[in-house]
Design a protein around this ligand. Structure first.
Ligand SMILES: Cc1ncc(C[n+]2csc(CCOP(=O)(O)OP(=O)(O)O)c2C)c(N)n1
Length: 323
């Protein structure tokens, strides 16, 4: 742990990803996530591969680009395939002596639509082939830049434009796909969950992922103020509650089987899922015009079941705890 920054003030000042002046929404944490990734890799060149998503469209509005580093845009579905091509191309150019030998990192980033759904085949293939790259999924639980359509990441009961909350069907009926368990099943050396509200933990995990020789994956929750319907000032508070309510616990998986829990501490008293949900307009129908206790109970039971499953798999110790 000592190798990693323990104070925000210790993070490098230099911006190595997006500059200010990008066009992401006020209060959106996707820009913060991109910046933290840049700060996690202060000492070597790196190349971003960006799937089509909010982060891409809002940072490259023609004729401007907000990126400080080499950056490539590709189709919605194939960021991981592009990243594996970039990796192989760089390695071959170095092997042939066409560019100097350097440790260049390749970092792919995509939203939940581009990761859970349309991009999962390319991700699975790139991980299986063992390319040396990092994939970051920033998860705002819907296809946001095209107008809030549900994805495999959207939580149960949430309103989206394609899972409207009406009398007969109260929002999305399916549960969030267990993405990290699916990724971990590939047996890659390192994958982890993170939250924009725990920036030092996120930076540590990105650094760890970058250090791996082979594929690594970081899944970071990013509440979306437009799609989740909360105030611009609340992104980080909501992301914190996602973790504290155990809806999105922070953990790491080594070599596909060694699960390590970071936070919340299992000894902490449980923050009810309701505390997380009631701040979000996309779940307003669970509280108004009248309280839908049975749906709240279903969501809490699902969170509890997933948490118990994680505790069965994961070790937790003072060393693994979030510092
Ligand atoms: C094959 C294909 N289908 C649909 C689209 C339209 N499209 C572009 S971005 C996007 C949504 C991206 O959602 P997500 O990956 O969750 O990122 P977010 O916008 O939420 O950041 C869609 C549907 C596309 N570009 N290509």
């Amino acid at each position: 742990m000592a190798d990693y920054p323990t104070k925000l003030a210790d993070l490098p000042k230099e911006e190595r990803s997006v500059s200010s002046g990008h066009r992401l929404c006020t209060g959106c944490a996707a820009g913060t996530i991109a910046r933290l990734v840049g700060k996690a890799v202060p000492d070597k060149p790196f190349m971003w591969v960006n799937a089509t998503c909010c982060l891409e469209v809002a940072t490259t509005i023609y004729p401007f680009a907000a990126w400080h580093v080499p950056w490539i845009h590709n189709a919605f579905e194939n960021a991981a395939a592009t990243a594996s091509g970039v990796r192989s191309g760089l390695d071959m150019l170095m092997k042939k002596g066409r560019i100097p030998q350097r440790d260049i990192e390749v970092i792919a980033i995509g939203g939940d639509g581009g990761t859970y759904d349309i991009g999962i085949q390319a991700i699975s293939g790139a991980i299986e082939r063992g390319h040396d790259f990092v994939y970051i999924c920033y998860d705002n639980e819907a296809y946001m830049n095209t107008g809030i359509q549900r994805s495999g990441a959207t939580m149960h009961a949430a309103w989206t434009t394609t899972s409207p909350a009406g009398e007969a069907v109260p929002g999305k009926q399916e549960f969030k796909k267990p993405l990290l368990r699916i990724v971990a099943a590939h047996g890659l050396e390192y994958c982890a969950t993170a939250s924009c509200s725990y920036p030092l933990d996120f930076v540590r995990k990105v650094k760890r992922a970058v250090d791996v020789k082979g594929p690594a994956f970081v899944h970071v929750i990013q509440p979306c103020l437009r799609g989740w319907r909360f105030d611009t000032s609340e992104s980080f508070q909501v992301a914190r509650l996602a973790v504290e309510s155990r809806f999105f616990p922070l953990y790491e998986v080594y070599n596909g089987y060694k699960y390590v829990l970071n936070y919340p501490n299992p000894m902490m008293s449980k923050v009810p899922i309701e505390d997380y949900l009631k701040q979000q307009g996309r779940l307003r129908h669970l509280f108004k015009p009248e309280r839908k206790q049975e749906i709240l109970d279903i969501i809490q039971a699902h969170v509890d079941k997933e948490w118990e499953k994680l505790l069965e798999l994961a070790e937790f110790s003072e060393k693994s705890a979030l510092y």
